[in-house]
Design a protein around this ligand. Structure first.
Ligand SMILES: C[S@@+](CC[C@H](N)C(=O)[O-])C[C@H]1O[C@@H](n2cnc3c(N)ncnc32)[C@H](O)[C@@H]1O
Length: 302
């Protein structure tokens, strides 16, 4: 992708709960903040604008295209940001590599950006035809096609049940394994059309929706990364600093809620949001994708 295309792309992703992140996250205007999911740089830009001229951002993302787009966007803040290609589950290594012992706060805005979701070649979207890929990190080996073509039916069933909360997990897993004997899965359309033709549609929801979500979570190990990323950042955020997480589905939100509660019970943090902050009507009508987002925030106390 050319940098011109990337610059055009950057205007297509609306960062969710932008004002809410800025007001809840910043406790020290001169501090160093981690944006663990820098994406197209929308939250980082807003945080840098709200900080003093001494305040800085360290942004990580495992998608090199996201880093190209965010570095364009953050150009107006020279010397105040560093971008590193990394999985946020390895934050301690990243922070050690950057010589940062303590952060003033950290943000994780989970999932995929429009840059990834709206591009057929990334293979995330049911409605676009592309390779059945779904990798956020193009260097990782596991793709959604490999899962569909190589994993045993029982393992596919388990992932559909656990990550997709799909009631028809067994049936869909069997279907995938039967069909691949005739023709291996290569494209998103193949999988979407198979489920469209064999599974009943509930209202407007495409019958492949939960399957696509489960595959994406498995390909990118999203839930394991979330737990490891948040756990590892706790010891790096200064006393009084905050950690903010935006989730987009109930599995993620449950993990964050339980992790935050357990940290609070152990006296390591205090809950800043007892119930999650959600977008208002204006944001939802401007950006329907924000509908399911939830922001939870804790403050480090020990
Ligand atoms: C919702 S987008 C972030 C959008 C960003 N906050 C903005 O305002 O433009 C999520 C980003 O997190 C990245 N991501 C997801 N999981 C990650 C992980 N474990 N480590 C690093 N980056 C990750 C994705 O590649 C994607 O670019």
């Amino acid at each position: 992708m050319t940098s011109l295309e990337l610059m055009e792309e950057r205007f297509t992703h609306d960062s969710v709960l932008l004002k809410e992140v800025v007001t809840h996250l910043i406790t020290d205007r001169d501090g160093i903040y981690l944006d663990g999911t820098v994406g197209l740089g929308g939250h980082s830009e807003a945080i840098l604008e709200a900080l003093s001229a001494r305040g800085k951002i360290l942004g990580t993302d495992m998608d090199p295209e996201a880093l190209t787009a965010s570095s364009e966007r953050l150009k107006p803040f020279p010397g105040r940001y560093r971008l590193v290609r990394a999985n946020f589950r390895n934050l301690n290594d990243v922070l050690d590599g950057e010589g940062i012992s303590q952060l003033s706060g950290a943000l994780f805005d989970l999932g995929v950006s429009s840059l990834q979701f709206d591009k057929a070649s990334r293979g995330f979207a049911i409605r676009l035809d592309g390779p059945l890929d779904m990798r956020l990190d193009p260097h990782s080996k596991l793709t959604a096609a490999r899962i569909c073509n190589e994993w045993p039916a029982e393992q596919i069933e388990l992932l559909l049940r656990e990550y997709g909360e799909e009631r028809a997990a067994k049936r869909i897993a069997r279907l995938i394994v039967d069909v691949r004997k005739e023709q291996p899965f290569e494209t998103t359309r193949q999988l979407a059309e198979l489920l469209e033709s064999k599974m009943a549609r509930k209202g407007k929801i495409h019958p492949a929706t939960k399957t696509f979500m489960a595959l994406r979570i498995a390909v990118n190990q999203e839930l394991e990364n979330l737990t490891r990323g948040v756990e590892s950042v706790i010891s790096r955020v200064a006393n009084g600093g905050r950690i903010a997480v935006i989730t987009f589905h109930s599995l993620e939100d449950r993990i964050v809620k339980n992790l935050f509660r357990s940290l609070a019970d152990h006296g390591q943090v205090k809950l800043i949001t007892n119930s999650p902050v959600c977008p208002g009507d204006e944001e939802i009508s401007r950006n329907p994708r924000s509908r399911s987002s939830k922001l939870r925030v804790i403050e480090v106390t020990a």
